[in-house]
Design a protein around this ligand. Structure first.
Ligand code: DGP
Length: 117
């Protein structure tokens, strides 16, 4: 059994508020939303970080973007705008080590990162 939280949501061992699923991709609402729309989009395949991607994973990463586009349309944030974020490793704030794309929208978002001088 996997220790990965998002693999457990994928496998139904932990309940997820799923908004989209196909053979390769799963999307569910973030448990701790930072915006009115905050959806996490993951490859079903366990890949820990962007650093762990291989050539065969390129197409599923493209599917994360097309899924984000479709969900943004469904949730009516396409026109006003939304943000897609993939944190990679600890210093970037990654806390769950299964690649996930954050889709954030529904209000005006602040600066993407604190300015570092
Ligand atoms: P990151 O910091 O980029 O690794 O984002 C991880 C996100 O995962 C964070 O926004 C909170 C969310 N999260 C953590 N645990 C759960 C959970 O059990 N269910 C759901 N739906 N989201 C979770």
């Amino acid at each position: 059994m996997s220790d990965c939280l998002f693999c457990k949501i994928r496998d139904g061992e932990i309940q997820g508020d799923i908004v989209f699923e196909d053979d390769d991709v799963l999307a569910f609402n973030d448990v701790n939303p930072h915006a009115p729309v905050h959806v996490l989009i993951i490859p079903k395949k366990h890949i820990s970080t962007v650093n762990d991607m291989s050539a065969e994973d390129v197409s599923v990463m493209g599917k994360l973007f097309s899924t984000a586009k479709n969900i943004a349309l469904q949730r009516d944030v396409s026109e006003d705008g939304y943000r897609l974020v993939v944190n990679s490793n600890k210093q970037a704030g990654q806390s769950v080590f299964h690649i996930h794309m954050h889709l954030l929208g529904g209000n005006k978002l602040g600066p993407m990162v604190d300015r570092i001088d």
